[in-house]
Design a binder for this molecule. Sequence first.
Ligand code: BGC
Length: 369
Amino acid sequence: MELSEPATLTDLARRSHEVITRYQDEGGAYPASPTFSAYRGFAWLRDGSFTAEGISRYGDVGSANRFHDWAAGVLARRRSEVDALVAERASGVLPPVEKMLPTRFTFTGENGSDPWWDFQTDGYGMWLWSAVTHARRHGIDPARWRTGFEVAVDYLLSSWDRPCYDWWEEHVEQRHTSTLGAIHGGLVAVADVLDPDRRAAALRTAAEIKALVLAEGVTDGHLAKWFGSSAVDGSLPSCVVPFGLVDGELADATLAAVAADLDVDGGVHRFAADVFYGGGQWPLLSALLGWNLAARGDREGAMRYLRWTAAQVTADGELPEQVPHHLCHPATRDEWVARWGPVATPLLWSHGMYLILADELGLLEEDSA
Ligand code: BGC
């Protein structure tokens, strides 16, 4: 699809809304990718939280509400499970990774039965941020989701300091800066909705996270992929916008390092050592970097990322998870195609991020549902 602006950039926003809502499960979950072998039948809190933010900005309050109702319900049903995990940790025993809450759920809120890299805490923080941000934007009383918020907050307060798999479901042995950024953003966003004890604990933990990252998560003046690493990761801009973990020179240096190491012609890689499908460029990460530039007033820089993201759309109007124009490790692509088939397309998270950046650049103003 040949895209020229502004009309066709706006068309892709309309199309993104269509793709996301067409595949939203009737119970509210946003499937990560409806047709992709390894993701079919599952909804991730991480993907869904950003997808819901895009849909909320597009103005489809009903669709975003259904997602947050679903997520809050799923978590509310985990109350006793979380109470048991919190009690175990409080008694000085570290619950095993296999007992922790999952990163992805079936549409009815169950754990999957096949093995997955499930212990990832970032999505719980993202969901808190996404639901509260949506509620504030549209004048909804966030107390509607309070029971789910309390479960997510209690879970995070008791487990935020543990190493876990990262946004890319890798390296369970590390403490990942972007994971901590998402937890920080969620705890700060939800604090006002909580009872006084939880509010105080949430804000205290957010401050601890920030101090810890400043002490251990900085290399060469920029945020590091994980504590002690010298590499960056395409998810790190989220520690600036939207999760507000860092600002000032550290934020500037982090955005600059991500662009220098991972941006090739506007397409952003996850990290230099990425071998998944050869390690291509991810539209959702170009949109994340663009969102950061837009938020700091660099409209031209942000438009460059929006245009690159839009140019990745297939003839069917779908955005994939990644594209192979530039691969970090070309030799590893075929083994993934053989294992899981073609790259996940559409990826709802890619469409959600496109909506966020399009909104940030004012392209949705006349187009909202
Ligand atoms: C990515 C995750 C994502 C999941 C579902 C994985 O390949 O690494 O970030 O949440 O796919 O889209």
